[in-house]
Design a protein around this ligand. Structure first.
Ligand SMILES: Cc1cc2nc3c(=O)[nH]c(=O)nc-3n(C[C@H](O)[C@H](O)[C@H](O)COP(=O)(O)OP(=O)(O)OC[C@H]3O[C@@H](n4cnc5c(N)ncnc54)[C@H](O)[C@@H]3O)c2cc1C
Length: 434
């Protein structure tokens, strides 16, 4: 028990990857937790598409006692490297993705839902006060508490807590509310000019694909002058393929992004018709499969000066919207949760003394931001390589990429993958399961 015998009250806004992991870490400490999630109910299984979880992200799940649960699923395969080619099939490079031997865990290709579901299952098992259909609207702070208001199934509710953790993603409402309270200009997400369009297919729907994408070469990325196409196997039998394209497109309203299927395929055929196997075939097979494309315009938020106030802190995409091009957004959201939990664990041990919560939150930003900024910068560089260029421009770009990928050795990638959040191995005693 803490000060005055009262438990430390925390409200987590958002139950995505950052919020789910955060709540789980805190459930092992002396806290009274409420998780508010705006989605009406648990999401379905393909929402979120495919992602790569780096060894650094896997190591956080291991600390939570969840990596073996993830490994038991049908989806999720180890990835030793990513193969990069150009539209005519020429090899540009192979980027190493780490390994169990080197980093304790391997990079893993899986559905974002795989990570989300193991987190949500664990939250349910722990009987955490988890409220769906609850959207955080605003907060007010005093020196010692934060009053959080939310709408829950249409009804306005409020609760006072010691700490509000805004894990509510790129479209966070915690962020503008906190910035207004701090008297700072509110930073809004802006469209990056790139859109991602993705599909899921059975590997057998494209003849020959099973010998192109294999468990030894599960991810291939193709840079062409009009855009980028990525494809990955993500199930242990090597039968399921997720593929996606990223290319430039002008901004639209939310409704206008619901582009009719025929229009999507018309544009894909036009854009990628000169690419070699298997790109035209993937487009064709997806068109005849009748499946709906996932469409995600890529938004970004400029670097934030403040991640926290006295009693509120932002984590995950709410603090540093991570462009999808790094393959590190989920891993960084997990690292944030683990690092903040580590600092709060120390704070709660000394809460009766002069421990100061704001300095804990300041420290969190100070230690996390340089790492995250470096990854965002690299993601933006990769995103720029997906923008349109002439054929001559592509020729130059290809050689630049060859040089860059030549230097992206296993040792270079250690900067991302070998990182371990302080104290992460100590949680194993609190989170049995591995
Ligand atoms: C196309 C695409 C591909 C990607 N590929 C990769 C990849 O390969 N590897 C990787 O690591 N990352 C990848 N990412 C990024 C990664 O998915 C995100 O960075 C990560 O999910 C961020 O987690 P989060 O919990 O911070 O935010 P989110 O996952 O966005 O979760 C925020 C949650 O908060 C809820 N919420 C929002 N507003 C409120 C509110 N006001 N009140 C209550 N709840 C609210 C939302 O419903 C949501 O559940 C990709 C992202 C995209 C879009």
């Amino acid at each position: 028990m803490s000060q005055g015998g009262e438990r430390f009250q925390v409200i987590v806004a958002g139950a995505g990857i950052a919020g789910g992991a955060m709540a789980l870490f805190l459930s092992h400490l002396d806290t009274d937790l409420t998780v508010l999630e705006s989605r009406p109910r648990r999401p379905n299984t393909t929402e979120g598409g495919m992602i790569m979880l780096g060894p650094n992200g896997m190591n956080v799940l291991h600390g939570l006692g969840l990596s073996s649960k993830l490994r038991q699923r049908e989806t999720g395969i180890q990835v030793s490297h990513i193969t990069i080619r150009d539209g005519s099939g020429d090899l540009i490079g192979r980027v190493p993705q780490g390994s169990v031997e080197r980093h304790g865990s391997a990079s893993t290709a899986l559905l974002r839902w795989d990570v989300h579901e193991v987190l949500l299952d664990a939250l349910e098992e722990k009987r955490i006060d988890m409220r769906w259909n609850s959207r955080v609207e605003s907060m007010e702070e005093t020196d010692n508490s934060v009053l959080v208001r939310w709408s829950e199934a249409g009804e306005t509710k409020e609760k006072r807590a010691d700490l509000l953790i805004g894990a509510d993603g790129i479209w966070s409402t915690t962020r503008p509310s906190m910035y207004e309270r701090l008297g700072l200009a509110v930073t809004k997400p802006r469209y990056s000019g790139l859109v991602g369009i993705g599909f899921i297919l059975d590997i057998d729907s494209v003849p020959g694909l099973a010998s192109y994408l294999t468990l030894d070469q599960p991810i291939v990325m193709v840079h062409d002058h009009l855009g980028f196409v990525g494809m990955m196997l993500y199930d242990k039998k090597g039968k399921k393929v997720g593929w996606w394209t990223t290319h430039e497109a002008s901004e639209r309203s939310r409704e206008e992004w619901e582009i009719p299927r025929e229009q999507v395929f018309h544009e894909l055929h036009e854009r990628y018709s000169t690419c070699v196997f298997p790109i035209p075939q993937l487009i064709q097979a997806s068109e005849v499969s009748g499946g709906q494309p996932f469409i995600w315009p890529v938004y970004e938020v400029e670097r934030l000066g403040r991640w926290n106030s006295r009693r509120t802190v932002l984590i995950g995409d709410a603090a540093h919207a991570m462009p999808p091009h790094s393959g590190q957004g989920a891993s960084q959201a997990l690292e944030d949760a683990a690092h903040l939990a580590h600092l709060l664990r120390q704070y709660l041990q000394h809460r009766d003394s002069a421990a100061d919560l704001q300095s804990v939150l300041d420290t969190f930003q100070k230690v996390r931001q340089p790492r995250v900024d470096e990854i965002v910068d690299e993601a933006n560089r990769r995103g720029n390589m997906k923008r349109e260029t002439s054929r001559v421009g592509m020729f130059v770009r290809k050689w630049m990429m060859r040089i860059i990928f030549f230097f992206m050795t296993q040792r270079w990638m250690d900067r991302w993958f070998a990182y371990k959040v302080p104290g992460i191995d100590d949680w194993e005693t609190l989170c049995p399961g591995e």
